[in-house]
Ligand binder design. Structure first.
Ligand SMILES: Nc1ncnc2c1ncn2[C@@H]1O[C@H](COP(=O)(O)OP(=O)(O)OP(=O)(O)O)[C@@H](O)[C@H]1O
Length: 367
């Protein structure tokens, strides 16, 4: 299937609830968009508005089909919107076995899409079809919910914290599956989470929802490096980027990757194939700055970069924004952040345009 470019979903949703109002304008392309924000920001409300599960006003077009247009009096009910919704709890029908639950989704298929065998195999349910759902593990239950959603042949996938009730190993297992499916079936996916680590692993793009509004939207690397987002995250602030695996040094158990910040040595599972893409995260607190390269250091990763901006951080701290010399705009995802003391800023006379050496103490391979 070809990957479609451009916005597949365009929305202006206005939803009023007791004491809360969501006013969300956004566009979503094919692939995984995380809907991220604090508890109570309106993430679930936004998802329910798209699904037709919360009464909304405004306009919503999904894959060329208007689902909501208040001015024309159009408001498709939930059962006529081709959504594949997966909630935190799988909501399976307890009196049916796995196959029965899947047939329930398939019966409501909204149009062309993947067939039974493909979904059952793809989601890893072949050996579970005859099992009653009562005895399934949490991860297995979510697999069934996912397959049921796909068999509905949706035009959009809507996942509301689908992994939050699961343990960490099961979450790790399921994450690539959840995200891979959006690409495999050429679908937009809106994925609600309030956990930054999950957002960083899952998302290609991010909608940052704050106080009932979409505060920022765009590629994950751009939104998470934006000054407001960085200020909001405080000590947790950092940057994320996709990098290419170039070389395994099996003697030293290190691998070289090409990242938008420059080449880095990281610890990577040696079975990962060369040229594959890794997602890296570097937290601002793990980057320090020096003016010239010392010949010896225990730090492996020292990147020659240029100061592009200085932003106030916590009292006595400054967030230094860094870019490749003569490199791309910050939007391109090549920005690195360093959290340093105001005293060090004065001591090194840090200022815009100054070449520095960014010493990276820790690089996390998040996906
Ligand atoms: N059915 C409802 N009736 C009235 N108010 C509601 C209803 N559902 C949600 N709200 C309110 O709307 C606001 C946004 O809730 P929502 O569940 O969308 O937030 P959220 O960002 O998904 O939060 P969380 O991460 O905690 O799930 C909250 O103040 C909530 O109390």
């Amino acid at each position: 299937m070809s990957v479609r470019d451009g916005a597949i979903v365009t929305a202006h949703l206005s939803i009023r609830r007791d004491g809360f109002r969501l006013d969300a304008d956004f566009e979503v392309p094919v692939g995984a968009t995380v809907v991220f924000g604090a508890s109570g920001a309106g993430k679930s409300t936004l998802l329910r508005g798209v699904a037709g599960l919360a009464p909304a006003e405004g306009r919503l077009v999904v894959d060329g089909e208007p689902w909501l247009d208040s001015r024309r009096g159009l408001d498709l009910p939930a059962h006529r919107r081709a959504t594949g919704f997966v909630f935190q709890s799988a909501n399976l029908l307890p009196h049916l076995d796995v196959a029965g639950n899947l047939r329930f989704g398939a019966k409501r298929a909204a149009g062309p899409g993947p067939d039974w065998d493909e979904v059952v195999q793809g989601v890893g349910l072949t050996s579970l079809l005859d099992r009653g759902v009562g005895g399934l593990s949490g991860g297995e239950r979510q697999r069934v919910a996912l397959a049921r959603a796909l068999l509905r042949r949706p035009r959009i996938l809507l996942f509301d914290e689908p992994l939050s009730a699961l343990d960490e190993p099961t979450r790790r297992d399921l994450m690539p599956l959840l995200v891979g499916l959006a690409r495999r079936y050429d679908l937009p996916l809106l994925y609600v989470t309030h956990q930054l680590d999950e957002a960083m692993r899952i998302g290609e793009r991010m909608l940052w929802v704050d106080g009932g509004r979409v505060r920022e939207a765009g590629p994950l690397a751009t939104v998470t490096a934006s000054p407001d987002f960085v200020r909001w995250r405080g000590d947790d602030a950092g940057v994320v980027a996709d990098a290419r695996l170039c070389e395994h040094d099996r003697d030293d158990h290190l691998s070289r990757v090409e990242s938008p910040w420059g080449d880095l040595w990281v610890r990577v599972d040696p079975s990962r194939p060369l040229h594959s893409t890794l997602r890296l995260r570097i937290q601002a607190r793990d980057v320090s700055l020096a003016l010239a390269e010392e010949s010896r250091s225990t730090l492996l990763n020292q990147l020659p970069l240029v100061v592009s901006a200085l932003e106030p951080g916590e009292p006595g701290e400054v967030l230094v924004r860094l870019a490749r010399p003569g490199g791309s705009a910050p939007d391109a995802g090549g920005v690195l952040l360093a959290r340093v003391t105001s005293r060090s800023v004065r001591a090194l006379d840090l200022r815009e345009g100054l070449p520095v050496l960014a010493r990276v103490k820790a690089v996390a391979v998040v996906a």
